[in-house]
Design a protein around this ligand. Structure first.
Ligand SMILES: Cc1cc2nc3c(=O)[nH]c(=O)nc-3n(C[C@H](O)[C@H](O)[C@H](O)COP(=O)(O)OP(=O)(O)OC[C@H]3O[C@@H](n4cnc5c(N)ncnc54)[C@H](O)[C@@H]3O)c2cc1C
Length: 427
């Protein structure tokens, strides 16, 4: 059976970050990166906006400013981000403060989905040059801990150290692994909300600040803003018992031919569950399944105009002259979000919409579309043995799936931290 010093499961930013650091620290390490997708994938491939300001993307339970800044410097050295300028934010900042909200100014770069793909190819080529092997299109299914063997659908592989970085989509895979390896974890936090889509002229702040980070009362924030050539997409998830449902998301292209002058962003509320409900994932799944049930297997979309009048949206609402842009995710089902979203979440999200419309007037235009559900399950918080995200001897759990990050740069930084741990622990 073939053996590697380190096998990395997941070729997203967390896995790539770990591989770069391992090869920096120990150039002769034998490293394999496995991904179930055919292409090196993950978040670098979706819009690829990179945030370089703490705490964006860095969960506070694992990161402090000084520590995150130290790692962000290293992330920048490899990713070489073209950081964008920001303009004219004073007025928005002042208005936000008056409304007990905040606008965080964040150092950002944006490559777009097409630009992200080019970056991935460069990163993979650089790692291959350093001797790292890739196996794409291979799904990992299990770990034989006693034999230090990783099991995929194709083969068994021996490892010295194992880094598991399966991202949010690998949430269930990671939970299954943790259950089998008896690694304690909790997943009591989840973000639930909507994706807002509107015309760029109704949210012009994006011209001055690509991904404006507004923080509202009641734990609501804007997240993942896309503009210029922006599209809403749906992502398939599978519940614990194998039922599929969709959550929405967004991305943008840098290619000017795809320009549609639309903007989309998420408004998410963080929900922290306490006993007796233990699992954020199960809670979110139920909401996702309920939304998809009402949408006939699709997410729901509703125009703000209909929502304000207490009416469901219907097919015609999306064709009529009253509303002057078509949804970019046209397969969604027109409906009534207020019928499906829990009251407490709806109330906080709607309050935030009103605050946002006061800070930067426009988004409550009747034509604005709200898509539901947008669910972020990245709170699989394992109990770690050390500061390097080692959860069981020689096994490191990192990235969004393990709750050590919430974005590309944080994921990359958590990969660096795991790599440092591996080198320290082996010396
Ligand atoms: C549509 C979309 C847009 C986004 N836009 C941005 C953005 O602009 N900026 C930003 O900072 N963040 C963005 N994010 C979030 C970002 O993707 C994540 O924060 C980041 O990718 C997390 O990195 P990761 O390495 O932990 O996981 P991922 O990047 O998700 O990578 C995990 C990898 O593991 C693989 N995998 C999972 N399970 C297995 C298995 N059993 N066997 C083998 N391989 C497996 C997956 O195929 C995947 O390639 C976006 C996410 C999505 C979905």
């Amino acid at each position: 059976m073939a053996r590697w010093d380190c096998i990395i499961v997941g070729s997203g930013p967390a896995g790539l970050g770990a591989a770069f650091k391992l090869t920096d620290l120990k150039p002769d390490s034998k490293i394999l990166i496995i991904d179930r997708e055919k292409y090196s994938t993950g978040g670098l491939r979706n819009d690829c906006k990179m945030n370089f300001t703490f705490p964006i993307g860095f969960p506070l339970e694992y990161w402090e400013q000084e520590n995150a800044d130290y790692y962000l410097q290293q992330v920048m050295k490899i990713l070489k981000p073209p950081v964008m300028d920001k303009y004219n934010l004073d007025i928005y900042e002042k208005r936000a403060l008056k409304l007990h909200a905040r606008l965080l100014t964040v150092s950002q770069a944006h490559l777009g989905t097409d630009g992200g793909l080019i970056l991935i190819k460069q990163l993979v080529a650089e790692l291959e040059k350093r001797g790292v092997e890739f196996s794409l299109g291979e799904e990992v299914t299990d770990i034989d801990y006693d034999r230090k063997v990783l099991v995929s659908r194709k083969r068994e592989m021996e490892y010295g150290d194992l880094i598991i970085a399966p991202g949010r989509k690998g949430f269930k895979f990671l939970q299954d692994i943790m259950n089998r390896l008896e690694i304690s974890y909790n997943d009591n936090i989840v973000d639930i909300g909507i994706r807002v889509e509107t015309r760029e002229e109704l949210y012009p702040i994006v011209k001055d600040y690509y991904d404006p980070k507004f923080m509202f009362p009641e734990k609501v924030r804007t997240f993942c803003t896309n503009s210029n050539a922006a599209y809403v997409v749906q992502e398939k998830y599978s519940s614990h018992d194998g039922v599929e449902y969709f959550s929405v998301n967004g991305h943008a292209w840098s290619n000017p031919e795809k320009t549609n002058n639309l903007v989309n962003f998420a408004l998410l509320k963080t929900i922290k569950l306490t006993r007796p409900v233990a699992s954020g994932q199960k809670f979110a799944e139920i909401l996702g399944l309920q939304a998809n049930l009402c949408g006939g297997g699709k997410p729901i979309m509703q125009r703000v105009g209909d929502f304000r009048m207490g009416k469901r949206s219907i097919k015609d609402t999306f064709n009529s002259d009253l509303y002057n842009f078509a949804p970019t995710l046209s397969g969604c089902t027109p409906g009534d979000i207020s019928l499906i979203m829990p009251y407490k979440i709806m109330k906080s999200i709607w309050l935030s919409m009103k605050l946002l419309d006061t800070i930067t007037p426009g988004i409550l235009h009747p034509s604005t579309i709200m898509y539901y559900p947008e669910i972020k399950m990245y709170a699989n918080k394992p109990e770690f043995l050390d500061n390097h995200f080692q959860a069981k001897k020689n096994i490191y759990l990192i990235g969004d799936g393990a709750g050590t990050s919430r974005g590309i740069t944080g994921a990359w930084a958590s990969g660096i931290r795991a790599a440092e741990g591996i080198i320290n622990n082996n010396n």
